[in-house]
Design a protein around this ligand. Structure first.
Ligand code: TRP
Ligand code: SF4
Length: 360
């Protein structure tokens, strides 16, 4: 009997989310919760956060709450999807332990994310030792007692496989960067089935083409670059950020021809124009491209137009966010309810797993 598709995705509780998170992930979640109504699980994976962030857990709960508020602001709906916290469902740990039994050491050691992160950390440490500048974020990561070569971090993809398989997840909306992890989840599912019988379907990545969201300085939007726009940024702060955004350094006057798209003269391309593509309609975008190329308007006028397109979308998100945030205990209640729905499924799966493993 073929089971229905189940969508599973998770995010580490990093606090407030930005437009990159929205266009890259949340927008898909909101679509999927309708397409797979009642069969979507969206998890705050706080245990995954511990794999690299165990050194400072003081803001873990608060960051989880802020992140969930942003999910809700973006339109993730607790009546359509199960929203829950990984640590509320201890079966994640139990399944991770069982899956670890069949996970070859070579598979986790060759995990590109693990290798990259270790390299990055080594570089940061070397750079700091040489007196180089490090961001606050990098400093925290490279802190004196900071050890990344842990059993827990090596096991990151095993825990991720457990997340998905615990719900018999078949469709996993993730970004390109997560493909190696997904491949490992599939391998682990196969290994388990081979050892104990066919319990798990192999989860498939759900790659939806996501637009590139530039940060305000022309680089990729990222919290650690300090170039991000939050999902429910206030009106005032949104305006200030857009007015300060990177445009086209070759333009000195409003009549100078501009370079809206990435090109030799303006390699990153204009951030304002890239945002136009996300927030304005196609007609406006092609008109704006022509106007910019012809030097027919100044960048500050152009930025005001963009703000006009962004503001209503942000007002919407802000409204929903404030609505949820102003009801005391509402987020906690959503997580508790989601947690018990998730746990019900998780318990059933663990029964199957224990039986397949002849533990009972
Ligand atoms: N590793 C994912 C990330 O960093 C987060 C994650 C944990 C996840 N468990 C998951 C994503 C299960 C999808 C499915 O983005
Ligand atoms: Fe960018 Fe608009 Fe200025 Fe052109 S006119 S460079 S699109 S801000």
């Amino acid at each position: 009997m073929k089971r229905p598709d189940i969508v599973f995705s998770g995010m580490r509780p990093t606090g407030r989310l930005h437009l990159g998170n929205y266009w890259g992930a949340l927008k898909n979640w909101v679509r999927l919760q309708d397409e797979f109504a009642g069969r979507c699980f969206f998890s705050v994976v706080d245990w995954h956060m511990l794999t690299t962030g165990y050194g400072d857990t003081s803001r873990l709960v608060e960051n989880g709450r802020e992140m969930v508020l942003d999910w809700l602001a973006a339109g993730v709906d607790p009546s359509k999807a199960v929203i829950f916290k990984q640590s509320d469902v201890p079966e994640h740990a139990e399944l991770a332990l069982m899956l670890a039994m069949v996970t070859p050491l070579s598979s986790v050691e060759n995990n590109p994310t693990w290798k990259e992160q270790l390299q990055e950390l080594a570089k940061t440490k070397a750079g700091m030792a040489a007196g180089g500048e490090a961001t606050k974020y990098e400093e925290n990561k490279a802190g004196a007692n900071y050890e990344l070569r842990t059993y827990g971090f090596l096991g990151y993809p095993v825990l991720q496989a457990a997340d998905i398989l615990l719900y018999h997840g078949t469709k996993v909306p993730v970004g390109q960067d997560q493909l190696p992890h997904l491949e490992l989840s599939r391998e682990i599912a196969r290994k388990f089935n081979h050892a104990f019988g066919p319990v798990f379907a192999e989860p498939q990545p759900l790659l939806t083409p996501t637009p590139k969201v530039p940060g305000l300085d022309g680089r990729k939007m990222s919290k650690s670059y300090g170039n991000a726009v939050d999902i429910a940024e206030s009106s005032q702060s949104l305006a200030a950020k857009v007015r300060g955004a990177y445009t086209d350094p070759t333009r000195k006057r409003a009549t100078d021809p501009g370079h809206p798209e990435p090109c030799a003269e303006n390699p990153p391309g204009c951030s304002v124009f890239a945002l136009d593509k996300l927030y304005a309609d196609a007609d406006f975008v092609s008109r704006r491209r022509r106007e910019c190329l012809a030097g027919a308007l100044g960048c500050s006028a152009c930025k005001n137009d963009l703000l006009g397109f962004m503001e209503p979308a942000f007002a919407d998100f802000r409204g929903r966010r404030e609505d949820y945030a102003s009801r005391p205990g509402r987020v906690e209640e959503i997580l508790a309810e989601g947690g018990s729905r998730a746990r019900e499924v998780a318990r059933k799966t663990m029964d199957e797993v224990r039986r397949a493993m002849r533990l009972r």
